[in-house]
Design a protein around this ligand. Structure first.
Ligand SMILES: CC(C)(COP(=O)(O)OP(=O)(O)OC[C@H]1O[C@@H](n2cnc3c(N)ncnc32)[C@H](O)[C@@H]1OP(=O)(O)O)[C@@H](O)C(=O)NCCC(=O)NCCS
Length: 144
């Protein structure tokens, strides 16, 4: 919730804290989704990703722990499990687009925002495929 609140370019979240918790609880319990959690040293969850077959549905890192490589770990762990991945990112979310581009995603489509709930222009990002050299050099991640 804090990560969503920090996305200041978005309109105010129309859902209550309770509605958001129920929404994510349902997602986490859906056996059709892959949910990856990044555990901090103290056992709390620093970030999580929800992935459908070939889809990035959610990727969130707590604002206090952003910029420490957690988002990259979650994304690369998903890349190890799927052969295709794609998703949507708000155009103003430069940080997330950078993260995807550094992990071999490309922007393939721009919208004017009329198709999403927030009415914000967004871009479709698609994983361009495995870089063999990078994949063999990739360190083991502690995400599960
Ligand atoms: C986007 C997000 C998941 C990235 O997670 P993270 O753990 O902070 O990312 P990492 O530490 O692995 O960063 C990897 C790279 O991503 C880019 N990046 C990530 N966040 C950035 C930011 N706020 N500003 C600029 N670049 C950023 C950088 O290129 C960074 O590389 P660097 O460390 O060499 O600068 C996280 O910032 C977040 O939860 N944001 C709010 C929710 C969101 O935007 N989710 C994505 C929607 S699809």
């Amino acid at each position: 919730m804090d990560a969503r609140t920090a996305m200041s370019y978005l309109p105010e979240n129309p859902y209550s804290g309770e509605q958001t918790v129920v929404f994510f609880q349902n997602l986490i319990e859906d056996p059709g989704d892959l949910v990856l959690k990044a555990e901090l040293e103290d056992g709390r969850i620093g970030g999580f990703g929800v992935f459908g077959e070939g889809r990035i549905d959610h990727l969130y890192v707590h604002p206090e722990h952003q910029g420490q490589g957690i988002g990259t770990k979650l994304l690369t762990a998903a890349q190890e499990r799927f052969s295709h991945l794609e998703g949507w990112v708000f155009e103003k979310n430069i940080g997330a687009i950078k993260l995807y581009e550094r992990n071999r995603f490309g922007v393939v489509e721009h919208t004017n925002g009329s198709r999403n709930e927030e009415g914000e222009p967004d871009v479709r990002i698609v994983w361009l495929g495995e870089d063999t050299a990078a994949s063999s050099a990739r360190a083991h991640t502690d995400v599960d």
